[in-house]
Design a protein around this ligand. Sequence first.
Ligand code: 5GP
Length: 116
Amino acid sequence: MYDDKNIFAKILRKEIPCNKVYENEHSLFFKDINPQARIHVLGIPKIECIDFPDFILVANDKTVSSFFRSVDLVVDKLNIRDDGFRIISNSGINGGQEVPHFHIHILAGEKIGSLR
Ligand code: 5GP
């Protein structure tokens, strides 16, 4: 069950601040508080969903499409399209997910190391 006390739910309710990169009706993008690369942005949809499978389950097609189109828009906003970037979404225990609100990591600004 979705825990509405998670940190990203609090950011969405503006109970705690974030360093916003982009926002629209369906999603919010902000800088990671503990960046793992020179550019490290998180993207979250504005609906209650725990992880990637939950997002696909509960979101309608318009919301899913809008979210991923926003990721692409943020890639342009960050000016990282040409040099490249990595998109990650950790899901569940094996995925190493810490915050239980579905999110995408966008890592860029330098060569991102191998996953292992
Ligand atoms: P996960 O491991 O769940 O995929 O990633 C959670 C991410 O959220 C981590 O990279 C962590 O640094 C980031 N994070 C945790 N708390 C906060 C916060 O309060 N503000 C921001 N901007 N990022 C956070």
